[in-house]
Design a binder for this molecule. Structure first.
Ligand SMILES: [Zn+2]
Length: 155
């Protein structure tokens, strides 16, 4: 068990998010070695439009709009940090929590795999994903803090 707890801001962000995903986040904070904040839960279309405009998101059909996605950002020395090493630790905690609860998760570090169906390290998953995109002649948009309930399982 970790000593970390979700703060009020994180709990607020979880309002309106699908209960399966909320359960995973609440379990993840108990077992993670890296503290995190729920930076973004549900979003309005207007918020999403702004993110797409500044290149922070690729789609107007984000799973955040429907309460099927959360962004979990490392919280280090009182600040949110978008850094890969702590992001990998959080991803690992989310995967363990999701597997425990039997919830299927798709991760923004490797969009084309079912995160909860693999045991590869999050770091390896990102490297492999970027390589696959490169081979296909495509850009890799990686978003390590992003976790979602996949459409195939949660329409
Ligand atoms: Zn996201």
């Amino acid at each position: 068990m970790s000593d970390f707890k979700l703060g009020n801001k994180s709990l607020k962000e979880l309002e309106g998010v699908h209960p399966d995903l909320v359960a995973v986040v609440k379990r993840a904070i108990e077992i993670t070695v890296q503290d995190f904040s729920v930076h973004d839960g549900i979003r309005t279309l207007e918020e999403q439009r702004k993110l797409v405009e500044r290149g922070a998101s690729q789609t107007l059909y984000s799973r955040h709009l429907t309460g099927h996605a959360v962004d979990l950002v490392p919280y280090i020395n009182g600040k949110l940090r978008w850094e890969w090493d702590p992001i990998y630790d959080i991803a690992e905690a989310v995967r363990v929590a999701a597997k425990e609860s039997g919830v299927t998760i798709r991760w923004g570090g490797a969009w084309d795999v079912v995160f909860t169906n693999t045991d590869d390290s999050p770091e390896d998953l990102v490297v492999d994903y970027v390589a696959r995109r490169k081979r296909a002649g495509k850009k890799a948009f990686i978003d390590g803090p992003h976790f979602e309930l996949p459409k195939q399982v949660y329409p």
